[in-house]
Design a protein around this ligand. Structure first.
Ligand code: CMP
Length: 139
């Protein structure tokens, strides 16, 4: 199990100004932020980021939404990071997310669910390489 994962705070959370609360919740729960970047994904960036979902009915609105405003990308460090962070984030649908999770607290609906969390060590690296170069990341 790796000790790093990738997250992205989604546009509605950044727009609402709750990204600082989310980052605090992440660090309060024992994750160290080893890379951080706020930027606006192009439509092409968003299509590439969510390419695994391209056959799904929610793909097109998801791409549209993720490229609708700035996001915050971060690499997080903790023991068993992917699993630990998915636990802190909660279920995709905020209505089903356990109490005390990021999505239960800050999510609106299945699409606007506050944050993205990588689902494996391999995907975490593939995803953070779309936002950071090696020299952006703390050793
Ligand atoms: P995320 O963890 O970023 O990974 C894929 C995203 O697709 C997911 O969070 C949601 O934002 C979105 N998504 C997944 N399932 C649905 C759905 N049924 N309807 C709308 N959006 C969805």
């Amino acid at each position: 199990m790796g000790n790093r994962t990738f997250t992205m705070i989604k546009p509605e959370a950044v727009r609402a100004g709750i990204h600082t609360d989310i980052l605090k919740m992440i660090t309060d729960n024992g994750f160290r932020i080893v890379a951080l970047r706020m930027h606006h994904l192009s439509r092409n960036d968003a299509m590439r980021f969510y390419a695994v979902h391209k056959e799904k009915p929610f793909y097109e609105p998801l791409v549209e939404y993720i490229s609708s405003g700035p996001i915050i990308a971060a690499i997080l460090e903790a023991e068993n990071a992917v699993e630990a962070y998915r636990c802190l984030v909660g279920a995709t649908d905020p209505k089903e997310a356990a109490e005390g999770t990021i999505r239960a607290k800050f999510g609106i609906n299945q699409r606007q669910n506050a944050v993205h969390a990588s689902d494996s060590d391999d995907n975490a690296r593939i995803e953070w390489e779309q936002h950071f170069v090696e020299s952006d990341i703390m050793l």
